[in-house]
Design a protein around this ligand. Structure first.
Ligand SMILES: Nc1ncnc2c1ncn2[C@@H]1O[C@H](COP(=O)(O)OP(=O)(O)OP(=O)(O)O)[C@@H](O)[C@H]1O
Ligand SMILES: [Mg+2]
Ligand SMILES: [Zn+2]
Length: 375
């Protein structure tokens, strides 16, 4: 199996799977506290579906392609939860079912998909995770910056120089310039004034521990962790990125160039940081993930599983659509859809702990789970 990785210089290379450590079957399944109850679910191939989704644990939704997993997650679960928790979607009606109860045990629903993070090319890993703000404060606090009267916004490439920013005005802080050509796609060339460094010369003379702001954005998460180890506001944020297996990314990595799987893990890292920093005071959240292991390196599946378990240990609920048996056998509960795809699907075939589903002769997933649990 081939997998994309980045080497020390940041470029992607292909690396073969390294040693495989078997993910063990957990000794004990957690049991839920309360449940979301859906009655009369009806959408696409789903007809009159009655489901009980336990809260406070990790549930895997399984089933063959086209059996109705995503329809259940997006059209029933997410639509109804969103109508309870999000002001923008607030509604008293129920969607695609006759009744939907139990949402009051939680206060927030978060869909973690593989869609890109950050809509503009200005958003990068450091800005998205909130690490850039304390970094700019560190630069503003240097003697050099204070002598010149420069504030934190001097170290932002989003602030115009007339407004006190230190960005390179030739490229407006982008580091590259778009060259429009007739009948051809737009080409981006490195700005020859700042040479892609995004800041003006003067700003780059300011150093914190002998690095300027551009040098810092060029650091990988791993390097940043060492460099900022005494600054919890930065280090704690970077640590969650490294925990989800993203230590090879650069702090200045544009959010728009992250792969779907990387973007998804950055989102998980941000959520973990919130729970870690705010602790139990943070609202109880239900996380919905549709096939998060797609394209992940084996080691990263292990990391992902650890992160999902951590979210559960903070008191949250995780619902994950998965074909990956390592994730399924490590879930506390399984909802298996089927029996087949399309019109022959849309039904709940089996539910219970992985052991219980493995004992169900009607379920395709059960058959595979039996083998996976035996190992
Ligand atoms: N927007 C839609 N309009 C009509 N039918 C749909 C729509 N989306 C999905 N379906 C149908 O509903 C059924 C279930 O699809 P769904 O996407 O929920 O399956 P799934 O279990 O998530 O499959 P996969 O594992 O391939 O993602 C399929 O027969 C599909 O064709
Ligand atoms: Mg699907
Ligand atoms: Zn420039």
């Amino acid at each position: 199996m081939l997998t994309a990785e980045r080497n020390k210089t940041g470029s992607r290379t292909l690396a073969y799977l390294r040693r495989e450590v078997k993910i063990p079957v957990p000794e004990k399944r957690r049991t839920g506290k309360g449940a979301i109850r859906v009655a009369g679910g009806k959408v696409f191939n789903i007809k009159n579906l009655n489901v009980e989704l336990p809260l406070g644990i990790m549930t895997a939704i399984t089933g063959v392609s086209g059996s109705g997993k995503s329809s259940f997650m997006y059209e029933i679960l997410h639509k109804n939860l969103r109508a309870r928790y999000e002001r923008k979607h607030r509604s008293a009606r129920v969607f695609n079912c006759a009744s939907f109860v139990g949402a009051e045990y939680l206060t927030r629903a978060v869909l973690i998909d593989q869609s890109p993070i950050g809509r503009t090319s200005r958003s990068n890993l450091a800005t998205y995770t909130g690490a850039f703000s304390p970094i700019r404060d560190l630069f503003a606090a240097t003697e050099e910056a204070r002598l010149r009267g420069w504030k934190a916004n001097r170290f932002s490439f989003n602030v115009k120089s007339v407004a006190g920013g230190g960005r390179c005005e030739a490229c407006e802080g982008n580091g590259e310039i778009a060259v429009e050509m007739h009948f051809l796609p737009t080409v981006y060339v490195t700005c020859d004034i700042c040479r892609g460094k995004r800041f003006d010369q003067e700003t780059l003379t300011v150093k914190y521990k002998r690095k300027n702001i551009y040098d810092v954005l060029e650091m990988t998460v791993e390097e940043g962790l060492k460099f900022f180890k005494d600054i919890p506001a930065v280090a704690d944020r970077l640590r969650t990125l490294s925990d989800v297996g993203l230590s090879y990314l650069r702090l200045g990595e544009r959010a728009t160039t992250l792969s779907g799987g990387e973007a998804q893990r950055v989102k998980i890292a941000s959520e973990l940081f919130e729970h870690y920093s705010v602790g139990t005071r943070l609202q109880k959240t239900i996380y919905l993930l549709d096939e998060p292991t797609v394209g992940l390196h084996y080691d990263d599946v292990v990391k992902l599983l650890q992160m999902l378990n951590k979210l559960v240990s903070y008191g949250n609920t995780v619902v994950v659509i998965e074909h990956n048996l390592d994730i399924v056998k490590n879930s506390d509960y399984v909802l298996d859809f089927g029996p087949e795809g399309g019109e022959a699907g849309g039904k709940l075939i089996a539910r219970g702990t992985p052991e219980e589903v493995a004992g169900n002769s009607q379920s395709h997933t059960g058959k595979y789970l039996r083998k996976a649990l035996r190992k």
